[in-house]
Write a protein that binds this ligand. Sequence first.
Ligand SMILES: Cc1cc2nc3c(=O)[nH]c(=O)nc-3n(C[C@H](O)[C@H](O)[C@H](O)COP(=O)(O)OP(=O)(O)OC[C@H]3O[C@@H](n4cnc5c(N)ncnc54)[C@H](O)[C@@H]3O)c2cc1C
Length: 438
Amino acid sequence: MSELTENVPAYDSDIVVIGAGAAGLMTAIHAARAGHLRVVALDGAPRIGIKILVAGGGRCNVTHHVVDERDYAGSTPAAIRRVLSRFSVADCVAFFNQLGVTFKQEDTGKLFPTTDDAHTVLNALLQAARDSGVDLRWPIRVQSITPLAQGGFEVAGPWGVLRARAIALCSGGKSLPKSGSDGLGLELVKTLGHSVTRHVIPSLVPLVSDAQHWARTLSGLAVEAEIRVVSGTGRHIISSINSMLFTHFGFSGPAVLDMSRHLMMERTRDPDASLQLCFLPNLRHDLPKGPKHNAKLSCSLDEADTWLLDSKAQTVLSRLRERLPERLAKTLLESAGIPTDRSAKQIDRERRRSLAQLLCAAPAHIVGDRGFSHAEVTAGGVPLNELNVSTLQSRMCPGLFMAGEILDVDGRIGGFNFQWAWASGFVAGISIAKYLDS
Ligand SMILES: Cc1cc2nc3c(=O)[nH]c(=O)nc-3n(C[C@H](O)[C@H](O)[C@H](O)COP(=O)(O)OP(=O)(O)OC[C@H]3O[C@@H](n4cnc5c(N)ncnc54)[C@H](O)[C@@H]3O)c2cc1C
């Protein structure tokens, strides 16, 4: 062997993409489309694209008609905006349209494929990957990544080794571990010099109430409510008006899921942070849906009390039924110790105020969440300030790129998490190709 050959490592591929979920497929497609690079995408799961298939109840909420950095939490808004701005909702729609996927927009602003079938989205991505020459292999789980002295990386597992000039780590977070995203990528990235946020917790996750909470008796009931996260000292942190669902374990539904990461992350700093439920969200005026950071509550204790008193000779039950389902109305009355046949004027002030309190700020008594197996996304991950946000290349390890949920970015319900996966995958894909071309 000549000296020259000895010094040049044999690369099996130009690029290895680790993880072929939404972000990994997007990265691989755009890296392969950019030129004549050999792109291998590996996925450890026995079935490819499970999360795309289960998303949106099997319909896949691909994106939202308006997306900006305020729809996300995690790394800084400015950094998130930089990435999102490179691949807009219009770019996303055009990209999928080219693959033959058309969309319909629901009243909520969510975009679904017109087929109402997530297979349409996954099949289009897999076809695009094949058409652009991506070599897709599974189940191939990467268990180690070693930078090579001469440049590039060796990725390895029980299946063997692969050497590549550059890699994209798109291994997701820890949500729905049976889909293959069990957090191994977060361990691998630490071996390459990166850090991971101190807290990596489930997000968009149902919340568990105290076993004695009256809410558990309402399992199956859905209502419109304002869900508030409040600090231990009673300071309003964030709230969301949307539908919520009572369950046999506690609470679920969009408003609760959206607030779950804020409550659980707040509790890492302030164990007394709590969740409040307001069942008169539109008493004052019709407020827009979705998370709000301002402290303007949709209904105060005094307003709820005045609303009760305005009912005149009406029974409180019939007053509550104007805005609440009967089951909830009866449960709140029982909880406040008020018989259903009384009018507001017949109730002593203390009981009436305690009912008003339940209507506008009922304590949810949350004791935990349902964990990563029931979470749609992961809060926490690799901080964006450890990457160049224009390219999503690592600042610590040249030739390493990242995209998707492995990064410290999580969105609210509505297609925002996929939009992050598409946008960051696009940036990582074109950037890794440019990096190798230069
Ligand atoms: C039930 C559910 C419903 C959802 N619905 C929606 C929705 O409708 N709209 C929306 O916007 N978002 C939704 N989400 C969130 C969305 O699915 C994720 O944010 C998105 O899929 C993240 O993409 P990703 O590619 O970064 O990670 P993932 O989709 O988690 O993909 C990571 C891939 O990497 C592979 N992998 C991990 N480690 C390794 C390794 N060591 N070696 C090889 N491969 C590895 C995994 O097998 C996996 O396939 C939903 C999530 C869940 C769980």
